[in-house]
Design a protein around this ligand. Sequence first.
Ligand code: UT7
Length: 328
Amino acid sequence: MQKIHAAITAVNGYVPEYILTNKELEGMVETNDEWITSRTGIKERRILKGKLGTTEMAFHAVKGLLEKRGIGAEEIDLIIFCTTTPDMLFPASANILADKIGAVNAWGYDLNAACSGFVFGLATGSQFIETGKHQKVLVVGGDKMSSIIDYKDRTSCIIFGDGCGAVLLEPNQEGFGVIDSILKSDGSGGQYLYQKAGGSLNPATQETIDNREHYLVQEGQAVFKFAVTNMADVAAEVMERNNLSSEDVDWLVPHQANKRIIDATTSRTGLSSDKVMINIEKYGNTTNGTIPLCLWEWESKLKKGDNLILAAFGGGFTWGSIYLKWAY
Ligand code: UT7
């Protein structure tokens, strides 16, 4: 009997309606469209307005996914919610989402690996399918980055946006699905991208709020230096390990942090640019949302048997790559 692989059998995404353009940012911080476009490739990003959290976007993404697949929420066994901006520290957003969609038979948990979260979640979720433990695993990746962004900090507010995507994993014994993954982390990189307060070390006080410590802090250049080499290297490593040449790969699905990091990964893997999913100009960096949102937008172009390489790099530091064969 063929090995059980975890295949993606449905994908869906959701982005909020409000569009924050480079032009609008010009009125908020000292920046300009030319700088943002040339340094990052971003033209606009979506913002979830109002008193709504990340699970609101996940609800829409998953509702559509279940309709597409033609199954009920009660069939879901497990929800892995990859996010850095959960609705609350606890209960887990996986639980909140399960309740919202009616996944009454599912258990779930949140996974926080910053921008690599979705890749970590897909690799982790696959194990439950491969072992035969579960039949239907939902991997959700999404963030309301606008909830932790300091719109007075021009070095970070221009990059991030809100959005969410989700995939369904099911068993496949025809050789389609997740074939291999390489996951890595290096905690010494934590000092370059973090949120200082709000956790057990620095709980919220008047002082932490006055000092703007509940916002994301990023040393852009330091993160860029690690991201540009590690994301490219790990993608190349997973290809080499599976004897895949650039001709064998149909699609590169890179985390959308900076167009220049995507270009470096493209050139390291030797792929032509028409095989690379890029939507950073529309959504910016949605952290856990970038890769599933790409899969959602490119779904109609994907063919059964296509070889996909997913690659991500994020705070932590965390990084990783997945080789998967598209199943439908
Ligand atoms: O997703 C997970 C991980 N995150 C990333 O992968 C992000 C990695 N980092 C980056 O993408 C880039 O480092 C940034 C986009 C954040 C910044 O681009 P950069 O090319 O590294 O710029 P820089 O920080 O070296 O700054 C260059 C100049 C500076 O001015 P001086 O010192 O040369 O006079 C900055 O003050 O650009 C200035 N600058 C800006 N100017 C206009 C910084 N931000 C802006 C801005 N508009 N928004």
